[in-house]
Design a protein around this ligand. Structure first.
Ligand code: DAH
Length: 368
């Protein structure tokens, strides 16, 4: 006899065993619920028996009360156990049915139908190179405050350098501020310095906007920003990073570069950087020849910018650079017209696009 209900009369024992049998045989949730209702629901067999307690003598009730309660608990427990088992069985069935063999070849269509846009490919290549050098990726929004896009980058209000950016302004807000479509990825520098403690080593690829359109300019284009802040970096480090990047990106053994003094409000000193090249009737060969091609702007972060971000320029210093992604993509892959990037022409994409499963990596090769 069951230990929990040692005094169970024969008829109750039969009832329990019948219910337990039904519970064990319930094939799904619905069947189990029907068994539960038929036993311990309002009009269930157990409940009906409980209603007879009132008519019993006190002596009888003293025996049957606890016995019936024990039965009810037993049924409740059995139902709960069965419910758990049914859920486990259902999960097991689902897992078996949904087994995925990841070692199978991908469907042929996945290898031939889609194409990765050259800009996405080049961004992935850039990310592969810089992350290998120990940089993290940072991001910022396309719609930026005037403060982050200009003021904190040491473009004072009314400074002529602001006009050079051909900015798209959004309508003025109630508080008099205007948001802009970011004209460069440099505000991500500010966002990073405001939110992270040095040492900082980030690159920030993304979309940028200027009101400008011709064969070599589109109103939306792409840049990648780089920023290093610590207590001891100097121009030598800047040169090394950019050189390693160019060698890896253009897949050449030697990338001779030229640093020309320039001006950006947020760097001092500032440099424009050219890479050595040779122009041929078929395009540009990089890393050799007597010509130079400008590929980026850079410099040591201006003390005012550090101060604007709460960093003490007597303690911290660093360097930054910004490079046009579309431009270097055109150079590397010999694409003559920038506008084609944004035409959405499938034939162009089929020709210049990249296979979806060839992910660029330094070990596996950046481009094929
Ligand atoms: N933001 C500049 C532009 O769009 C490029 C640039 C120059 C970025 C120098 C930098 C830098 O971080 O140090 O023209």
């Amino acid at each position: 006899m069951d230990q929990r209900t040692p005094t169970l009369p024969d008829d109750l024992a039969a009832m329990v065993s019948e219910i337990e049998h039904a519970v064990a045989n319930a094939a799904d949730e619905a069947a189990l619920d029907a068994v539960r209702v038929a036993a311990i629901g309002k009009k269930g067999t157990v409940s009906e028996r409980m209603k007879t307690l009132g008519k019993m003598t006190p002596d009888e009730r003293q025996v049957m009360g606890p016995a019936l309660n024990g039965v009810k608990n037993r049924v409740t427990e059995a139902v709960a156990l069965r419910r758990k088992a049914l859920a486990a069985e259902a999960l097991e069935r689902q897992l078996t049915a949904e087994t995925l063999d990841v070692t199978l070849d991908p469907p042929a269509a996945a290898l031939t139908a889609g194409r990765i846009h050259p800009i996405s490919q080049v961004m992935d290549e850039i990310i592969a190179i810089y992350t290998d050098l120990g940089f993290s990726i940072a991001e910022g929004p396309d719609i930026e405050t005037d403060d982050l896009n200009f003021t904190k980058l040491n473009f004072p209000e009314g400074h002529p350098a602001r006009d050079e950016h051909d900015t798209f302004f959004l309508p003025e807000r109630a508080d008099g501020t205007r948001r802009v479509l970011r004209t460069h990825t440099s505000p991500v520098q500010i966002r990073t310095m405001l939110s992270q403690k040095p040492p900082i080593r980030i690159v920030a690829p993304g979309r940028t906007y200027r009101c400008d359109s011709d064969q070599t300019h589109t109103p939306m284009f792409h840049q990648v920003e780089g920023l290093v802040i610590d207590t001891e970096s100097h121009v030598g480090h800047l040169k090394w990073v950019l050189r390693e990047f160019c060698k890896a990106f253009f897949e050449v053994d030697d990338a001779s570069m030229r640093f020309r003094a320039s001006f950006f409000p947020f760097t001092e000193p500032s440099y424009e950087v050219d890479i050595r090249c040779r122009r041929t009737p078929d395009g540009v060969v990089l890393g050799e020849g007597d010509d130079w091609l400008e590929i980026l702007g850079s410099g040591m972060v201006h003390p005012n910018v550090l101060r604007n971000c709460g960093l003490d320029p007597d303690v911290y210093q660093g360097f930054a650079w910004g490079m046009g992604i579309d431009r270097i993509a055109m150079l590397k892959y010999g694409m003559p017209d920038l506008r084609a990037f944004f035409d959405g022409d499938v034939r162009w994409l089929r020709h210049y696009g990249f296979a979806p499963l060839d992910r660029p990596s330094l070990a596996g090769g950046l481009s094929r």
